[in-house]
Design a protein. Structure first.
Length: 240
């Protein structure tokens, strides 16, 4: 149950903040996957049946679009991405250009030059996003009090990016710090366990969290006449 003064900003509420060019890039990625599976793959001698190609195009297209939107969502925290992830992402992007513009170009039924360039850029971008997201999970899980090794392993081993999606669903709020002593405090704490500093306004009767402007406790009905109790307490901001 969400407390009255709790500030949560998840993916669902912040998706509107993603730039328009990112949405356009996600749409382009989705449409490109339809071209790859319904045109390029269809010309291969061992191509999947006609009914399977649209399904595969839709599935992979949605994953590509989701990756791009997710990277845009975490872009404000790019400083958290580990240096090794940036290096691997750069290597992955360059490798995809070599694969599509050199190796694939030598194939007898290779796509046209413009198609290879587009595929190289798009697949390179997907690989880059995937590696940066793994680097983000590695650092972000640590600051949330979660196991970095465990969640990095989950992000890498569970295929199709499902491990990364699982992390964003299950990740804990960022651990805050007590304004008085600096001790780490978890979200929902009313008092610091180290120095007993009051972190959030609470009811003097039941000690549950109350809103800054509440006149009565919504849990036990106790009157909150003291304005200092209701409004004079520093808040610990929690982000998701």
């Amino acid at each position: 149950m969400q407390e009255p003064n709790q500030k949560l900003t998840g993916f669902a509420t912040e998706i509107r903040l993603i730039s328009g060019w990112v949405w356009a890039l996600a749409v382009l990625g989705f449409l490109t996957m339809q071209y790859v599976f319904n045109v390029v793959v269809a010309h291969q001698p061992d191509a999947p049946p006609a009914w399977a190609r649209p399904v595969m195009g839709l599935s992979v297209g949605l994953v590509v679009a989701f990756y791009l939107l997710l990277v845009a969502y975490i872009s404000r925290d790019f400083k958290l991405v580990a240096a090794w992830a940036w290096i691997l992402a750069a290597i992955g992007f360059v490798s995809m250009q070599f694969v599509f513009n050199v190796i694939v170009a030598r194939q007898r039924d290779a796509p046209p030059a413009w198609g290879r360039i587009l595929l190289g850029l798009l697949v390179g971008l997907i690989v880059t996003c995937y590696l940066l997201l793994i680097g983000y999970v590695n650092r972000d899980s640590g600051r949330r009090g979660m196991s970095r090794a465990l969640w990095t392993t989950v992000a890498v081993l569970i295929p199709n990016g499902l491990g990364i999606i699982l992390y964003f669903i299950l990740r804990q709020p960022v651990v805050g710090n007590c304004p008085q002593c600096g001790h780490a405090v978890q979200h929902g704490f009313n008092f610091c366990p180290q120095c007993n500093y009051k972190l959030n306004p609470s009811c003097p009767q039941c000690q549950r969290m109350v809103g800054p402007g509440d006149a009565y406790c919504s849990y036990c009905g106790t009157s909150l006449p003291n304005q200092a109790v209701r409004t004079g307490v520093a808040q610990v901001e929690v982000r998701r």
